[in-house]
Write a protein that binds this ligand. Structure first.
Ligand code: ADP
Ligand code: MG
Length: 399
Protein backbone atom coordinates (compact mmCIF):
# COMPACT_ATOMS: atom_id res chain seq x y z
CA UNK A 1 0.00 0.00 0.00
CA UNK A 2 1.35 3.42 -0.91
CA UNK A 3 -0.59 5.30 1.79
CA UNK A 4 1.37 6.64 4.75
CA UNK A 5 0.44 4.91 8.01
CA UNK A 6 -1.09 7.67 10.11
CA UNK A 7 -2.35 7.54 13.69
CA UNK A 8 -3.37 9.96 16.44
CA UNK A 9 -0.51 12.26 17.45
CA UNK A 10 1.62 11.23 14.47
CA UNK A 11 3.66 14.32 13.50
CA UNK A 12 3.97 15.58 9.93
CA UNK A 13 6.77 18.11 9.43
CA UNK A 14 7.53 20.71 6.79
CA UNK A 15 11.33 20.62 7.15
CA UNK A 16 11.81 23.91 5.32
CA UNK A 17 9.74 25.98 7.74
CA UNK A 18 9.90 23.55 10.69
CA UNK A 19 6.12 23.74 10.89
CA UNK A 20 4.72 20.67 12.65
CA UNK A 21 1.24 19.19 12.13
CA UNK A 22 -0.09 16.76 14.75
CA UNK A 23 -2.59 14.25 13.39
CA UNK A 24 -5.86 14.22 15.37
CA UNK A 25 -8.51 12.65 13.16
CA UNK A 26 -9.27 11.13 9.75
CA UNK A 27 -11.44 13.36 7.52
CA UNK A 28 -11.48 11.48 4.26
CA UNK A 29 -9.86 8.71 2.29
CA UNK A 30 -9.70 8.22 -1.44
CA UNK A 31 -7.68 6.89 -4.35
CA UNK A 32 -5.23 9.84 -4.06
CA UNK A 33 -4.44 9.26 -0.35
CA UNK A 34 -5.87 10.51 2.95
CA UNK A 35 -7.12 13.77 4.44
CA UNK A 36 -6.44 14.22 8.16
CA UNK A 37 -7.40 16.84 10.71
CA UNK A 38 -4.23 18.19 12.34
CA UNK A 39 -3.55 20.55 15.19
CA UNK A 40 -0.79 23.11 15.09
CA UNK A 41 1.29 22.95 18.29
CA UNK A 42 1.06 25.85 20.72
CA UNK A 43 -2.14 27.15 19.10
CA UNK A 44 -5.75 26.06 19.14
CA UNK A 45 -5.82 25.97 15.33
CA UNK A 46 -6.73 23.00 13.20
CA UNK A 47 -5.94 22.44 9.54
CA UNK A 48 -6.83 19.71 7.04
CA UNK A 49 -3.80 17.96 5.51
CA UNK A 50 -4.09 15.91 2.33
CA UNK A 51 -1.38 13.23 2.45
CA UNK A 52 -0.89 11.98 -1.10
CA UNK A 53 0.19 8.41 -1.91
CA UNK A 54 3.91 8.09 -2.67
CA UNK A 55 3.51 7.13 -6.34
CA UNK A 56 4.64 9.34 -9.23
CA UNK A 57 1.20 9.68 -10.86
CA UNK A 58 -0.44 10.81 -7.60
CA UNK A 59 2.49 13.12 -6.86
CA UNK A 60 2.11 14.80 -10.27
CA UNK A 61 -1.65 15.18 -9.83
CA UNK A 62 -1.07 16.57 -6.33
CA UNK A 63 1.42 19.13 -7.65
CA UNK A 64 -1.13 20.14 -10.32
CA UNK A 65 -3.61 20.76 -7.49
CA UNK A 66 -0.96 22.86 -5.71
CA UNK A 67 -0.28 24.97 -8.84
CA UNK A 68 -3.94 25.54 -9.58
CA UNK A 69 -4.82 26.47 -6.02
CA UNK A 70 -1.91 28.84 -5.64
CA UNK A 71 -2.92 30.53 -8.90
CA UNK A 72 -6.49 30.88 -7.65
CA UNK A 73 -5.64 31.91 -4.07
CA UNK A 74 -2.79 34.30 -4.81
CA UNK A 75 -3.55 35.77 -8.22
CA UNK A 76 -7.32 35.82 -8.41
CA UNK A 77 -8.63 35.85 -4.84
CA UNK A 78 -6.01 37.37 -2.54
CA UNK A 79 -8.67 38.69 -0.17
CA UNK A 80 -10.41 35.30 0.22
CA UNK A 81 -13.72 36.70 -1.03
CA UNK A 82 -14.64 34.06 -3.60
CA UNK A 83 -15.54 30.91 -1.67
CA UNK A 84 -12.54 28.88 -2.76
CA UNK A 85 -10.66 26.81 -0.18
CA UNK A 86 -7.35 28.32 1.02
CA UNK A 87 -4.19 26.30 0.65
CA UNK A 88 -1.92 27.04 3.62
CA UNK A 89 1.20 24.98 2.95
CA UNK A 90 2.67 22.10 0.97
CA UNK A 91 5.75 19.99 1.56
CA UNK A 92 7.21 16.54 1.18
CA UNK A 93 7.33 14.28 4.19
CA UNK A 94 8.80 10.76 3.91
CA UNK A 95 8.32 10.83 0.16
CA UNK A 96 4.65 11.84 0.40
CA UNK A 97 3.38 15.16 -0.91
CA UNK A 98 1.34 16.83 1.86
CA UNK A 99 -1.01 19.77 1.23
CA UNK A 100 -2.42 21.76 4.16
CA UNK A 101 -5.78 23.50 3.79
CA UNK A 102 -7.90 25.66 6.05
CA UNK A 103 -10.13 23.43 8.17
CA UNK A 104 -13.72 23.31 6.91
CA UNK A 105 -16.89 21.52 8.06
CA UNK A 106 -19.33 19.02 6.55
CA UNK A 107 -20.01 18.91 2.82
CA UNK A 108 -23.31 19.69 1.06
CA UNK A 109 -24.09 16.00 0.49
CA UNK A 110 -23.88 15.44 4.24
CA UNK A 111 -26.18 18.44 4.76
CA UNK A 112 -28.72 17.04 2.27
CA UNK A 113 -28.54 13.67 4.05
CA UNK A 114 -29.04 15.29 7.47
CA UNK A 115 -32.21 16.79 6.02
CA UNK A 116 -33.43 13.26 5.09
CA UNK A 117 -33.00 13.92 1.35
CA UNK A 118 -35.98 16.31 1.38
CA UNK A 119 -34.06 19.24 -0.05
CA UNK A 120 -33.29 22.66 1.33
CA UNK A 121 -35.53 25.73 1.38
CA UNK A 122 -35.36 28.04 -1.62
CA UNK A 123 -33.66 30.89 0.23
CA UNK A 124 -30.84 28.56 1.29
CA UNK A 125 -30.54 27.19 -2.26
CA UNK A 126 -30.35 30.78 -3.50
CA UNK A 127 -27.68 31.72 -0.93
CA UNK A 128 -25.49 28.71 -1.77
CA UNK A 129 -25.97 29.22 -5.54
CA UNK A 130 -24.72 32.79 -5.26
CA UNK A 131 -21.59 31.68 -3.39
CA UNK A 132 -20.77 28.84 -5.79
CA UNK A 133 -21.18 31.30 -8.68
CA UNK A 134 -18.70 33.68 -7.01
CA UNK A 135 -16.20 30.82 -7.02
CA UNK A 136 -16.97 29.85 -10.63
CA UNK A 137 -16.54 33.41 -11.93
CA UNK A 138 -12.97 33.41 -10.60
CA UNK A 139 -12.22 29.82 -11.65
CA UNK A 140 -13.28 30.62 -15.22
CA UNK A 141 -11.39 33.94 -15.25
CA UNK A 142 -8.26 32.03 -14.27
CA UNK A 143 -8.78 29.73 -17.27
CA UNK A 144 -9.35 26.74 -15.00
CA UNK A 145 -11.91 23.93 -15.24
CA UNK A 146 -12.71 22.30 -11.87
CA UNK A 147 -13.88 19.05 -13.55
CA UNK A 148 -15.40 17.52 -10.39
CA UNK A 149 -18.04 19.88 -9.01
CA UNK A 150 -20.54 18.00 -6.86
CA UNK A 151 -22.12 18.40 -3.41
CA UNK A 152 -19.30 16.34 -1.78
CA UNK A 153 -16.76 18.90 -2.98
CA UNK A 154 -18.53 21.92 -1.49
CA UNK A 155 -17.84 22.31 2.22
CA UNK A 156 -19.56 24.40 4.86
CA UNK A 157 -17.22 26.72 6.66
CA UNK A 158 -16.93 26.34 10.43
CA UNK A 159 -15.49 29.83 10.91
CA UNK A 160 -17.45 32.78 12.27
CA UNK A 161 -18.97 33.76 8.91
CA UNK A 162 -22.57 32.48 8.92
CA UNK A 163 -23.43 29.74 6.40
CA UNK A 164 -20.40 30.28 4.23
CA UNK A 165 -19.48 27.52 1.80
CA UNK A 166 -16.25 26.85 -0.06
CA UNK A 167 -15.38 24.91 -3.19
CA UNK A 168 -12.65 22.29 -2.55
CA UNK A 169 -10.88 19.45 -4.35
CA UNK A 170 -8.96 20.83 -7.32
CA UNK A 171 -7.38 17.38 -7.66
CA UNK A 172 -9.07 16.82 -11.03
CA UNK A 173 -8.88 20.42 -12.22
CA UNK A 174 -7.04 21.45 -15.37
CA UNK A 175 -6.23 24.54 -17.38
CA UNK A 176 -8.75 25.19 -20.14
CA UNK A 177 -5.90 25.17 -22.66
CA UNK A 178 -4.72 21.74 -21.49
CA UNK A 179 -7.70 19.41 -21.48
CA UNK A 180 -5.92 16.05 -21.56
CA UNK A 181 -8.40 13.63 -20.03
CA UNK A 182 -11.73 12.67 -21.56
CA UNK A 183 -13.08 10.54 -18.67
CA UNK A 184 -13.85 13.27 -16.14
CA UNK A 185 -16.60 14.54 -13.81
CA UNK A 186 -18.65 12.36 -11.43
CA UNK A 187 -21.41 10.60 -13.35
CA UNK A 188 -24.53 12.41 -12.05
CA UNK A 189 -22.84 15.76 -12.71
CA UNK A 190 -21.21 14.81 -16.05
CA UNK A 191 -21.98 17.19 -18.91
CA UNK A 192 -23.37 16.01 -22.27
CA UNK A 193 -20.21 17.06 -24.14
CA UNK A 194 -18.06 14.90 -21.83
CA UNK A 195 -20.49 11.95 -22.11
CA UNK A 196 -20.35 12.26 -25.89
CA UNK A 197 -16.56 12.47 -25.98
CA UNK A 198 -16.34 16.01 -27.38
CA UNK A 199 -13.76 18.64 -26.54
CA UNK A 200 -14.82 20.66 -23.52
CA UNK A 201 -14.51 24.05 -21.84
CA UNK A 202 -15.27 25.74 -18.52
CA UNK A 203 -18.95 25.30 -19.50
CA UNK A 204 -18.81 21.72 -18.13
CA UNK A 205 -18.58 23.20 -14.61
CA UNK A 206 -21.78 25.18 -15.27
CA UNK A 207 -23.60 21.97 -16.20
CA UNK A 208 -22.48 20.37 -12.91
CA UNK A 209 -23.48 23.56 -11.10
CA UNK A 210 -27.02 23.31 -12.53
CA UNK A 211 -27.27 19.68 -11.36
CA UNK A 212 -26.11 20.74 -7.88
CA UNK A 213 -28.65 23.60 -7.61
CA UNK A 214 -31.49 21.23 -8.57
CA UNK A 215 -30.27 18.61 -6.08
CA UNK A 216 -30.06 21.14 -3.23
CA UNK A 217 -33.73 21.90 -3.83
CA UNK A 218 -34.89 18.32 -4.51
CA UNK A 219 -32.66 16.49 -2.03
CA UNK A 220 -31.91 13.85 -4.69
CA UNK A 221 -29.82 14.05 -7.86
CA UNK A 222 -31.55 15.53 -10.93
CA UNK A 223 -30.01 12.91 -13.28
CA UNK A 224 -29.27 9.85 -11.11
CA UNK A 225 -28.18 7.77 -14.08
CA UNK A 226 -26.92 4.26 -13.33
CA UNK A 227 -24.95 4.25 -16.60
CA UNK A 228 -23.97 6.73 -19.29
CA UNK A 229 -26.88 5.51 -21.46
CA UNK A 230 -29.29 5.95 -18.53
CA UNK A 231 -28.07 9.44 -17.74
CA UNK A 232 -28.30 10.62 -21.36
CA UNK A 233 -31.83 9.25 -21.65
CA UNK A 234 -32.85 11.00 -18.43
CA UNK A 235 -31.42 14.28 -19.76
CA UNK A 236 -33.34 13.92 -23.02
CA UNK A 237 -36.60 13.03 -21.22
CA UNK A 238 -36.31 15.69 -18.51
CA UNK A 239 -35.11 18.56 -20.68
CA UNK A 240 -36.98 17.67 -23.88
CA UNK A 241 -34.86 17.79 -27.02
CA UNK A 242 -31.36 16.37 -27.36
CA UNK A 243 -27.77 17.57 -27.82
CA UNK A 244 -27.43 19.67 -30.99
CA UNK A 245 -26.29 17.93 -34.19
CA UNK A 246 -23.06 19.95 -34.15
CA UNK A 247 -22.10 18.39 -30.81
CA UNK A 248 -23.20 14.88 -31.81
CA UNK A 249 -21.18 15.07 -35.03
CA UNK A 250 -17.98 15.81 -33.04
CA UNK A 251 -18.48 13.26 -30.26
CA UNK A 252 -16.22 10.23 -30.28
CA UNK A 253 -18.88 8.31 -28.27
CA UNK A 254 -21.94 9.49 -30.22
CA UNK A 255 -22.42 6.14 -31.99
CA UNK A 256 -22.62 4.29 -28.66
CA UNK A 257 -25.86 6.11 -27.89
CA UNK A 258 -27.30 7.50 -31.15
CA UNK A 259 -28.06 6.32 -34.67
CA UNK A 260 -27.82 8.48 -37.75
CA UNK A 261 -31.18 9.01 -39.39
CA UNK A 262 -30.41 11.73 -41.90
CA UNK A 263 -32.18 15.03 -41.66
CA UNK A 264 -35.02 16.76 -43.42
CA UNK A 265 -34.45 20.14 -45.01
CA UNK A 266 -36.91 22.78 -46.10
CA UNK A 267 -36.37 25.48 -48.69
CA UNK A 268 -36.60 28.84 -46.92
CA UNK A 269 -36.13 30.68 -50.19
CA UNK A 270 -34.07 30.12 -53.34
CA UNK A 271 -30.75 30.63 -51.58
CA UNK A 272 -31.39 29.08 -48.17
CA UNK A 273 -31.92 25.56 -47.07
CA UNK A 274 -32.93 25.01 -43.45
CA UNK A 275 -32.56 21.79 -41.51
CA UNK A 276 -35.80 21.07 -39.69
CA UNK A 277 -35.10 17.72 -38.05
CA UNK A 278 -32.29 16.08 -36.12
CA UNK A 279 -29.68 13.99 -37.90
CA UNK A 280 -29.32 11.63 -34.93
CA UNK A 281 -31.79 9.63 -32.89
CA UNK A 282 -31.20 8.28 -29.39
CA UNK A 283 -31.12 4.47 -29.31
CA UNK A 284 -33.87 2.44 -27.68
CA UNK A 285 -32.78 -0.04 -24.99
CA UNK A 286 -33.13 -2.86 -27.56
CA UNK A 287 -31.01 -1.04 -30.14
CA UNK A 288 -28.37 -0.32 -27.49
CA UNK A 289 -28.31 -3.99 -26.49
CA UNK A 290 -27.94 -5.09 -30.11
CA UNK A 291 -25.04 -2.70 -30.64
CA UNK A 292 -23.11 -3.25 -27.39
CA UNK A 293 -24.14 -6.90 -26.79
CA UNK A 294 -25.23 -5.99 -23.29
CA UNK A 295 -28.31 -4.49 -21.72
CA UNK A 296 -27.99 -0.87 -20.63
CA UNK A 297 -27.95 -0.43 -16.85
CA UNK A 298 -31.04 1.54 -15.84
CA UNK A 299 -31.48 3.08 -12.39
CA UNK A 300 -34.44 3.86 -10.16
CA UNK A 301 -36.77 6.78 -10.80
CA UNK A 302 -37.18 9.10 -7.84
CA UNK A 303 -39.66 11.61 -9.18
CA UNK A 304 -43.35 11.36 -10.06
CA UNK A 305 -42.79 13.62 -13.04
CA UNK A 306 -40.41 13.56 -15.98
CA UNK A 307 -40.20 17.13 -17.27
CA UNK A 308 -38.00 19.60 -15.41
CA UNK A 309 -40.86 22.12 -15.04
CA UNK A 310 -43.17 19.47 -13.55
CA UNK A 311 -40.54 18.02 -11.20
CA UNK A 312 -39.80 21.44 -9.71
CA UNK A 313 -43.27 22.99 -9.62
CA UNK A 314 -45.03 19.88 -8.23
CA UNK A 315 -42.40 19.10 -5.62
CA UNK A 316 -44.01 18.87 -2.15
CA UNK A 317 -43.69 22.03 -0.07
CA UNK A 318 -40.96 21.75 2.53
CA UNK A 319 -43.26 22.89 5.35
CA UNK A 320 -46.85 24.05 5.78
CA UNK A 321 -46.75 27.37 4.00
CA UNK A 322 -49.20 30.13 4.99
CA UNK A 323 -51.49 31.23 2.14
CA UNK A 324 -49.56 34.45 1.44
CA UNK A 325 -46.23 32.59 1.13
CA UNK A 326 -47.54 30.02 -1.34
CA UNK A 327 -47.66 32.42 -4.28
CA UNK A 328 -44.16 33.71 -3.48
CA UNK A 329 -42.85 30.13 -3.24
CA UNK A 330 -44.49 29.28 -6.60
CA UNK A 331 -43.01 32.33 -8.29
CA UNK A 332 -39.55 31.55 -6.92
CA UNK A 333 -39.93 27.99 -8.25
CA UNK A 334 -40.66 29.39 -11.70
CA UNK A 335 -37.51 31.51 -11.38
CA UNK A 336 -35.61 28.37 -10.38
CA UNK A 337 -36.86 26.48 -13.47
CA UNK A 338 -35.79 29.37 -15.71
CA UNK A 339 -32.40 29.49 -13.94
CA UNK A 340 -31.84 25.74 -14.36
CA UNK A 341 -32.80 25.94 -18.06
CA UNK A 342 -29.84 28.24 -18.70
CA UNK A 343 -27.46 25.89 -16.86
CA UNK A 344 -28.52 22.37 -17.87
CA UNK A 345 -28.59 23.51 -21.47
CA UNK A 346 -27.32 20.85 -23.91
CA UNK A 347 -25.41 23.30 -26.08
CA UNK A 348 -22.25 24.40 -24.22
CA UNK A 349 -22.09 27.50 -26.45
CA UNK A 350 -25.52 28.64 -25.27
CA UNK A 351 -25.09 27.56 -21.64
CA UNK A 352 -24.73 30.62 -19.40
CA UNK A 353 -21.33 31.60 -18.07
CA UNK A 354 -20.92 32.12 -14.30
CA UNK A 355 -21.14 35.89 -14.74
CA UNK A 356 -24.26 35.67 -16.91
CA UNK A 357 -25.93 33.33 -14.42
CA UNK A 358 -25.11 35.60 -11.49
CA UNK A 359 -27.48 38.32 -12.80
CA UNK A 360 -30.47 35.94 -12.87
CA UNK A 361 -33.40 36.99 -10.63
CA UNK A 362 -33.18 33.65 -8.80
CA UNK A 363 -29.70 34.69 -7.65
CA UNK A 364 -30.22 38.43 -7.21
CA UNK A 365 -33.61 38.02 -5.49
CA UNK A 366 -35.30 40.48 -7.86
CA UNK A 367 -38.88 39.62 -8.86
CA UNK A 368 -39.01 37.10 -11.69
CA UNK A 369 -41.28 38.53 -14.38
CA UNK A 370 -40.24 36.94 -17.66
CA UNK A 371 -37.66 34.47 -19.01
CA UNK A 372 -34.17 35.83 -18.35
CA UNK A 373 -32.03 36.94 -21.28
CA UNK A 374 -28.42 37.09 -20.11
CA UNK A 375 -26.25 40.07 -21.05
CA UNK A 376 -23.79 39.29 -23.84
CA UNK A 377 -20.37 38.15 -22.65
CA UNK A 378 -17.61 40.54 -23.57
CA UNK A 379 -14.77 38.40 -24.94
CA UNK A 380 -11.85 38.68 -22.57
CA UNK A 381 -8.23 39.02 -23.51
CA UNK A 382 -6.55 36.34 -21.45
CA UNK A 383 -4.02 37.67 -18.98
CA UNK A 384 -1.03 35.42 -18.49
CA UNK A 385 0.09 35.60 -14.90
CA UNK A 386 3.09 33.94 -13.38
CA UNK A 387 2.78 31.84 -10.24
CA UNK A 388 5.61 30.89 -8.01
CA UNK A 389 5.31 27.21 -7.25
CA UNK A 390 8.29 25.11 -6.32
CA UNK A 391 7.65 22.02 -8.41
CA UNK A 392 10.39 20.06 -6.71
CA UNK A 393 10.05 20.54 -3.00
CA UNK A 394 12.94 18.69 -1.40
CA UNK A 395 12.48 16.68 1.74
CA UNK A 396 14.80 17.61 4.58
CA UNK A 397 15.97 20.88 3.01
CA UNK A 398 16.32 23.18 6.01
CA UNK A 399 16.03 26.93 5.72
P1 ADP B 1 -10.85 13.49 -3.26
O1 ADP B 1 -10.03 13.67 -4.46
O2 ADP B 1 -10.68 12.16 -2.63
O3 ADP B 1 -12.31 13.75 -3.47
P2 ADP B 1 -10.92 15.83 -1.50
O4 ADP B 1 -9.98 16.98 -1.62
O5 ADP B 1 -12.31 16.05 -1.97
O6 ADP B 1 -10.27 14.56 -2.22
O7 ADP B 1 -10.94 15.38 0.02
C1 ADP B 1 -11.60 14.20 0.43
C2 ADP B 1 -12.49 14.47 1.63
O8 ADP B 1 -11.72 14.99 2.71
C3 ADP B 1 -13.56 15.53 1.40
O9 ADP B 1 -14.72 15.01 0.80
C4 ADP B 1 -13.82 16.04 2.80
O10 ADP B 1 -14.69 15.17 3.49
C5 ADP B 1 -12.46 15.97 3.44
N1 ADP B 1 -11.79 17.27 3.32
C6 ADP B 1 -11.04 17.71 2.29
N2 ADP B 1 -10.59 18.97 2.49
C7 ADP B 1 -11.09 19.34 3.69
C8 ADP B 1 -11.01 20.56 4.48
N3 ADP B 1 -10.31 21.61 4.04
N4 ADP B 1 -11.64 20.59 5.67
C9 ADP B 1 -12.35 19.52 6.11
N5 ADP B 1 -12.48 18.37 5.42
C10 ADP B 1 -11.86 18.27 4.23
MG1 MG C 1 -13.52 15.21 -3.47
Amino acid sequence: NSDMILYTNFVLVNFETRQRYIVKDMLGQGTFGQVVKCSIPETDHFVAVKVIKNQPAYYRQGMAEVSILSLLNNNFDLGDNHHIVRMLDYFIFRNHLCIAFEMLGPNLFELIKLNNYKGLSLNIVQMFSKQILHALVVIKDAGIIHCDLKPENILISTSVKPAEIKVIDFGSACMEKQTIYSYIQSRYYRSPEVLLGCSYTTAIDMWSFGCIVAELFLGLPLFPGASEFDILRRMIDTLGGQPPDELLRLGSNTNRFFKRIGSIYSMENDAMCKRISNTYQFLTEEEYEARESKKPVIGKHYYNFVKLEDIITNYPYKKNLPEEEISKENRTRLALVDFLRGLVQFDPEKRWSPLQASFHPFVTGEPFLCPYRPPQEVPQIPVIRAVAVNHNPVEGHWL
